[in-house]
Design a protein around this ligand. Structure first.
Ligand SMILES: [Cu+2]
Length: 208
């Protein structure tokens, strides 16, 4: 009997969790789906200790290109190439430098302010990445078609949509999303700059 009740409690908990979903899309100026946009709640608390994260360097590229972490996250920057990299950012949300190193020699960096942190390498100009530091533990990324599912606790929340190439200011994307018994839906419109093609010569020159 007790185990039946336990299973029932688990099932009810699962149903309750489902009710906390908001589904939708992030679209551009023409209604096209935007991949790799980030949808997050801006007025919900953080987890006490967010897990550590990794921004790797492989074949003279940062991997992943986009890393989403809650405020307070410590990020490691291992270098798995056989050459040195010099990782830096001059972004307002985090300015730091990890002078020339290989392997695991770099000290981890703690990202303590919300915002987008553009990462580069001083030696290899084409190496670029973004760490989006979000103010809450509730964030998700869009799929190739711009679709997303975000789990939220019950209540009304402020939700925003960010994209690396957004021209729309983040605050202008803000929407109130009510999480109750009915499934919630939301569409975010974010105007993005057309992508800049990197000159292929940079990667082909064989800069060490
Ligand atoms: Cu480099």
């Amino acid at each position: 009997m007790r185990s039946t009740l336990a299973i029932l409690a688990l099932l009810l908990a699962a149903v309750a969790a489902r009710a906390g979903e908001v589904r939708g899309r992030v679209v551009g100026a023409e209604g096209e789906g935007l991949a790799d946009a980030v949808v997050f709640a801006s007025d919900l608390p953080l987890r006490a200790h967010p897990p550590a994260a990794v921004m790797d360097q492989v074949h003279k590229q940062f991997v992943p290109h986009l890393l989403v972490v809650p405020v307070g996250t410590e990020v490691r920057f291992p270098n798995h190439d056989q050459i040195h990299h010099h990782v830096y950012s001059f972004s307002r949300a985090k300015s730091f430098e990890l002078p020339l190193y290989k392997g695991e020699a770099a000290t981890p960096v703690t990202f303590d302010t919300p915002g987008a942190v553009k990462i580069g390498c001083n030696i290899h100009d084409w190496m670029s990445a973004v760490i989006l530091v979000v103010p809450s533990a509730y964030a998700t990324r869009t799929d190739a078609d711009g679709g997303f599912v975000l789990d939220l606790p019950p209540g009304e929340h402020r939700v925003v949509a960010w994209h690396e190439h957004a021209e729309t200011p983040l605050d202008e994307t803000a929407r109130r999303v009510a999480i109750g018994t009915a499934p919630a839906e939301a569409t975010f419109r974010v105007v993005v700059r057309p992508p800049i093609e990197r000159p292929p010569i940079l990667g082909a020159r064989g800069i060490p």
